[in-house]
Design a protein around this ligand. Structure first.
Ligand code: GLU
Length: 482
């Protein structure tokens, strides 16, 4: 059985790259009916950030990346927290010390700083000078002056296999005697990750390329215990549209920001799946179930993927378009409440669903509704400036009044009736119907564009339309000095 894990460090808001890692692990587990484990790597107490942890959990829930195992938290699985497994890491570190594969070190920070300075002056990377390697000093529990360091082999190469890169090798001479247990008693990432991946029986590790240089160290720790390492799959980094590493400079990068911007979770899911993975036929709109069915390591690319914000918006629009209007209403409701659009009146479900159906072609994000559909809920208080110049010429006041009168007499408020009235009236004036349609749209919505005019008028209802036409006529009269 394949077992994978997502192992975030709660030190900052989860970047889309982290979420892509989570997603690939999850898809792999679901595709092979394996297990997906969530492990919070919170051993860096200085950088631990509670908000980051919350955002990670929110992000996973938002994308519905559920995990299969973990300690019981009220009948549910919680994630594993490394901070609750300290004894385990100590036990294994102790084993290495006893076997002569690791050692206690009491070198002071000042001494290490000296070494660092000297090496920097020689333009070399910092490496501990291994002063304590053969000193065989011991330590008492609770001693905060010592760390445990791993004895790196001094010569030769270390190689491991990466699914996307094949064999990757490191020169052991470049490897430092890394700290595995810090002076505060917490393990370092490099040590805890190996212990946990082994104990949790992880078969495949999908993670970002930035960890590839650590993987050599991990391999040596696996070797020291005589354990088999998992299959590594280091995913290429994600680039911004300008081909530099994706960062805040390019726009939103934290998963939580996309949620706030009105990107649908199923879109984020679909979009992230295509960042570094593709199907043979290059399809783009792929449902969750279909992604589970098709996801495999064969489709992974070793080239960096570019995060295209516009494409994400396009995809969001496609999903909104495909949605049942009822579903769109349901997900718009929290926004309607947030914008206080439901405070003054109760709208029935039918009305709201008709708005969804009329607007779904025109929304790229849910937030677009705020600017594009407000007039279904409130009177426009101003009219688009360009629209006014073009469509609210002085004589239009009279037109709008006359149309309002005619609309008012309609018994059955429907597209056919309205259309007949407008065409008739246009003929009478000897102008194209468009000349009349545009002022009516502007009068009723304040905007120059939107759904089909007749559909919009039908949804707004006769009374509202008549009232808005008269109001616009008055506005034109006042503003054009008639
Ligand atoms: N805690 C590491 C991170 O911040 C996990 C790296 C790994 O997957 O091994 O992403």
């Amino acid at each position: 059985m394949f077992r994978v894990r997502f192992a975030p460090s709660p030190t900052g808001l989860p970047h889309v790259g982290n979420m892509r890692t989570a997603l690939f692990n999850w898809l792999f587990a679901r595709h092979y009916n394996g297990k997906f484990i969530l492990r919070i790597e919170d051993t860096d107490q200085k950088r631990y950030d509670e908000n980051a942890l919350r955002a990670i959990m929110d992000g996973l829930r938002w994308l519905e990346l559920d995990w299969d195992e973990g300690p019981d938290v009220g009948g549910d699985f919680g994630p594993y927290f490394q901070s609750k497994r300290i004894d385990i890491y100590h036990r294994y570190a102790q084993q290495l010390v006893e076997e002569g594969k690791a050692y206690y070190c009491d070198c002071k920070a000042e001494r290490l700083e000296e070494i660092r300075k000297e090496m920097r002056a020689k333009k070399l990377n910092f490496m501990y000078d291994r002063k304590c390697r053969e000193r065989n000093i011991s330590s008492e529990p609770g001693d905060t002056n010592t760390v445990i360091r791993f004895k790196m082999p001094l010569y030769g190469d270390t190689c491991f296999n990466d699914k996307l890169r094949g064999e990757v090798c490191f020169d052991n001479e470049t490897q430092d005697d890394i700290v595995i247990i810090k002076s505060d008693g917490f393990p370092t990432y490099n040590f805890a990750v190996v212990i946990d991946d082994h104990l949790m029986d992880i078969s495949h590790v999908f993670r970002g390329e930035e960890f590839i240089s650590s993987a050599g160290k991990h391999k040596l720790i696996y070797d020291a215990f005589g354990w088999e390492p998992p299959q590594f799959i280091h995913l290429p980094i994600i680039l911004g549209p300008d081909k530099s590493k994706l960062s805040k400079r390019h726009g939103a990068t934290a998963i939580t920001e996309f949620k706030k911007k009105g990107i649908l979770p199923e879109v984020m899911f679909n979009y992230l799946a295509l960042l570094g993975w593709s199907t043979k036929d290059d399809s783009e709109i792929i449902s969750r179930d279909e992604l589970i069915r098709r996801f495999d390591t064969d489709g992974l690319s070793s080239k960096s993927a570019v995060f295209d914000f516009e494409k994400l918006q396009w995809m969001n629009g496609e999903y909104i378009r495909m949605m049942q209007p009822e579903k769109l209403t349901e997900i718009l409701m929290p926004l309607y409440k947030k914008w206080k659009w439901l405070d003054n009146r109760e709208y029935n479900g039918l009305y709201l669903n008709r708005i969804s159906a009329a607007m779904q072609e025109r929304l790229k994000t849910l937030q677009d509704m705020e600017k594009k559909g407000f007039y279904f809920f409130m009177e426009p208080t101003e009219y688009d400036e360009k629209g006014v110049r073009k469509n609210f010429k002085p004589d239009r006041a009279k037109w709008l009044r006359e149309i309002a009168e005619k609309f008012d007499t309609v018994d059955e408020w429907g597209e056919t009736q309205m259309e007949a009235i407008i065409r008739d009236y246009a003929e009478k004036l000897d102008v194209g119907a468009g000349k009349i349609i545009h002022p009516i749209r502007l009068a009723c919505s304040g905007l120059t564009g939107g759904p089909s005019l007749f559909e919009m008028l039908e949804i707004l209802g006769k009374d509202t339309v008549v009232r808005r036409l008269i109001k616009a006529a008055e506005w034109i009269e006042i503003n054009s000095g008639n």
